[in-house]
Design a protein around this ligand. Structure first.
Ligand SMILES: CCCCCCCCCC/C=C/CC(=O)SCCNC(=O)CCNC(=O)[C@H](O)C(C)(C)COP(=O)(O)OP(=O)(O)OC[C@H]1O[C@@H](n2cnc3c(N)ncnc32)[C@H](O)[C@@H]1OP(=O)(O)O
Length: 299
């Protein structure tokens, strides 16, 4: 297995250093005789069925699949590889961590770091979202665990969402509960999904929905028994892949371009907003208190 260290070029001419060893030999990955391939990286597992043209990305950043900078770096690379490989027409997003889809942004990346770090982190968050939201592939989220905040955004950026029927698996944009504000593009994606009034209600109160509520409000498309999440995602994918790619892709782009462009045209300002917001003393204090509460929950 090869170890590769390199540089990942992001939009606006910026670069994110790909830390040595985070991407472990995808090309050297096992290739079965039945068309199944498996890419191996440390925090992102990619399984693929070449014959069907479907890849599955499993988040593997225990304990809670937080979106750390290292995770995002690997994730973006995996997405790019799949996007550029015309073998793949569909991508299922799911988790390898039992009971957690993703805990959202890694709060440790937003606490006690310097301004340059906050800027680098936010650029990676933006990049991840743009790549997901504008993907040419069909994206189905197989949500097999809790999915707050940034985890919810990843699901909302897919084309279809299947959620496991477990009351512990709550999903929503809960930023206000942390004393922070969901950025405008998180809000735009939520509005596009559940409508303005429901989004306003959910965002102000930082609502985390149980599966039946999430289905009712339109945040997810299907709720199924936990052991049927993957098979349901796969059959939804088959349905979507029956549509000619060019027609579906153009339609997706027509529906999503304005929302993505809204961020693209003000990326730098959005980064500056994030940096100045998150570095305020009051915000740092809120985030630290929240992290402390999470830690103490166990004791
Ligand atoms: C007007 C100006 C506007 C400018 C724009 C500003 C924009 C700023 C907004 C930025 C947007 C942020 C979006 C986000 O995603 S913020 C993150 C929100 N995430 C959460 O609230 C989730 C918190 N976590 C949980 O609720 C639970 O952990 C869980 C996911 C439900 C899992 O519960 P479980 O009981 O299984 O696990 P624990 O709670 O015991 O956690 C295990 C350990 O993991 C640590 N942890 C949990 N979540 C995070 C996280 N998001 N980041 C970092 N670390 C996390 C937790 O502390 C435990 O650690 P320990 O083992 O060391 O105790």
């Amino acid at each position: 297995m090869a170890l590769v260290a390199g540089r990942k070029t992001f939009a606006a001419g910026k670069t994110l250093l790909l830390r040595a060893g985070v991407w472990l030999g995808a090309e050297a990955a096992a290739r079965g005789g039945n068309g199944a391939r498996r890419f191996v990286s440390q925090r992102v597992l990619v399984e693929s069925d070449v014959t069907a043209g479907i890849a599955t990305i499993k988040f593997k950043n225990p304990p809670v699949n937080s979106l750390s900078l290292e995770f995002l770096t690997e994730f973006i690379i995996c997405l790019e590889k799949l996007e550029n490989d015309k073998t793949y027409r569909g991508l299922i997003l799911t988790s390898d961590c039992p009971g957690i889809f993703s805990a959202g942004l890694d709060l440790r990346e937003m606490c006690g770091k310097n301004l340059a770090h906050y800027a680098e982190y936010w650029r990676a968050i933006q990049e991840t979202w743009l790549k997901l939201y504008l993907s040419n592939m069909v994206l189905v989220a197989a949500i097999n665990g809790a999915s707050p905040a940034g985890g919810c955004l990843m699901a909302l950026s897919s084309d279809y969402r299947v959620l496991a029927d477990n009351p512990r698996y709550r999903i929503g944009l809960n930023e206000t509960l942390l004393g922070i504000v969901a950025p405008f593009w998180f809000k735009d994606v939520l509005v596009n999904t559940i409508g303005h009034r429901a989004a306003e209600h959910a965002l102000q109160l930082g609502l985390l929905f149980q599966p039946t509520e999430a289905l009712q409000v339109g945040m997810v498309d299907q709720v199924v028994p936990e052991d049927q999440v993957q098979s349901t995602a796969l059959s939804v994918m088959t349905e979507w892949l029956a549509i000619p790619d060019h027609a579906r892709q153009l339609t997706k782009s027509m529906m999503r371009k304005a929302t993505a462009d809204n961020l693209i045209k003000q990326r730098e300002a959005d980064i500056q907003n994030f940096v100045s917001f998150v570095s305020r003393d009051s915000i740092q204090k809120s985030l630290q208190v929240y992290l402390e509460k999470l830690k103490q929950k166990k004791h």
